[in-house]
Structure formats: structure tokens, C-alpha cells
Design a protein around this ligand. Structure first.
Ligand SMILES: O=C(O)COP(=O)(O)O
Ligand SMILES: [Mg+2]
Length: 227
């Protein structure tokens, strides 16, 4: 009997429709029917991947906030706190800039270990202030993330592996940006979708011809039953 390999999936740029925004509905059924654990590893705030698992209909196995929050299904682990990033964004605001998400800011409202800034806001002053506070700013193509340098999706996956029976060497990962490099380093096989940034492409074992969910669906076809 053959089984499916465990999956590690990025969200934005990887599960989104080939045309751009929005989860591609074609990924729902294959993921729900996948015969192995599926880990959602994202830069988005914790509630988003939890909700995604819920709506797909799979167990909640989550690396959120670029590794700042890890959920094994039993326990939540935090590997950074939000205060340092908060101080950076307060200084950024005091200098006359804005995070760019409107008054209620649902992008950061439930974010516990970092802060995200809209890509339309000026990057250089944000980088300068973050550096003064010992933090980094990463550009995922969807947001700037002001974060502690330590957490990463890859480190979060190590935590999940320690707490569950998942062997990262068996895992197949798919991603599209700089925040997926540590994922590709942590797992057995890493695929970059064709829309991926250059660092993600360089870190992947293979760069796909297809973009976004078309790439992900092609990988699922290829690796199904190969374990
Ligand atoms: O939150 C982002 O900026 C990107 O999210 P992702 O890691 O799921 O692509
Ligand atoms: Mg992404």
C-alpha cells in the first residue's frame, strides 16, 4: 500500500488562484482527502491558518506569523513577543507614516509576535527604525513583516516535528517567497511555484513551471501515493 507524504504549505502566492488573490477552491478537496498530515506554514496572523484548516476540514497544524506562533494541535508555542515590533511601528507612526491597513487593522489585530505593514508604505524608514531595535523587515510580496530575527517557518516546523510523529525528511513543501526559504531547508523536498521570488527559487529543490495554486496542484498530483 502506498501513502501520501506529509505536506507543508505556504498560503499567499501558493494556495491562491493563478490569477492572484483569494484561495483557489480547487485545493480544498485534495487537501481534505490527503492521506497524511498537512501543515499550513504562513506569515499571516494565527487565526487565519487556523480558520483555513477549519474550513478545509483538516486538523489544525499551523506555523503562523513566520514562525512566531506554532500550533501542534495540542499546544501553542510562542517564539517571540510583539512588544519590540510594536515599538518599531509606534516610532514609524510618530515619524508620520502609517501601517496602511485602516483604523481597525484586521491584519495585525490578532497578531501576537510581529507586525505587518502594507507594501504601499515606505520601506526604508521602516528598515532603519527596525534595525535600531534589533529587528528585521522581510518582504513576502504580500506585506512587510517587522519581526525578531530568530523565529522562522523552518524553526516552527522543527517544533511541530518534536511534538508529533511527523518526520520533516518525509515532508514535501511548497512556497513562494523569502519566508519559505527556512521551510525548504527544513524538509525533505521543497518546490517553489513559478511566481516565487529569487531567494525562494534558489532555496527550492525544484522550481515549478506553473504559478500559484496551479503549481501546488501539479505537485499534489506528482507526489500523491509516493511514500
Ligand atoms: O503574510 C504574508 O505576508 C504572506 O503569507 P504567506 O507566508 O502565507 O505567503
Ligand atoms: Mg507566500
Amino acid at each position: 500500500m502506498t501513502a501520501d507524504p506529509p505536506l507543508v504549505l505556504d498560503v499567499d502566492g501558493t494556495l491562491t488562484r493563478p490569477q492572484g488573490w483569494g484561495i483557489d477552491p480547487r485545493v480544498f478537496d485534495p487537501l481534505r482527502e490527503w492521506d497524511a498530515p498537512v501543515v499550513i506554514a504562513t506569515g499571516k496572523a494565527f487565526p487565519y491558518p487556523v480558520a483555513l484548516c477549519h474550513f478545509i476540514g483538516i486538523p489544525e497544524l499551523v506555523v503562523a506569523e513566520n514562525g512566531g506562533v506554532v500550533y501542534t494541535g495540542d499546544d501553542v508555542f510562542f517564539t517571540a513577543d510583539r512588544e519590540a515590533a510594536q515599538a518599531v511601528t509606534e516610532e514609524y507612526r510618530a515619524a508620520g507614516y502609517d501601517l496602511g491597513w485602516g483604523n481597525e487593522d484586521t491584519v495585525n489585530r490578532w497578531r501576537e509576535t510581529e507586525i505587518a505593514v502594507n507594501l504601499e508604505q515606505p520601506l526604508e524608514p521602516l528598515r532603519e527604525i527596525a534595525a535600531k531595535h534589533g529587528l528585521e523587515v522581510i518582504d513576502t510580496g504580500y506585506a512587510y513583516h517587522v519581526k525578531d530575527t530568530n523565529p522562522s517557518k523552518g524553526a516552527g516546523l522543527e517544533t511541530i516535528a518534536e511534538q508529533t510523529s511527523i518526520d520533516l525528511e518525509d515532508c514535501v513543501a511548497i512556497g513562494d517567497s523569502v519566508n519559505d526559504v527556512s521551510t525548504f531547508e527544513a524538509v525533505g523536498r521543497g518546490f517553489a511555484v513559478n511566481n516565487a521570488d529569487e531567494v525562494a527559487k534558489a532555496a527550492a529543490d525544484e522550481v515549478l513551471e506553473e504559478v500559484r495554486a496551479d503549481g501546488t496542484l501539479a505537485v499534489l498530483e506528482r507526489v500523491r501515493g509516493t511514500r
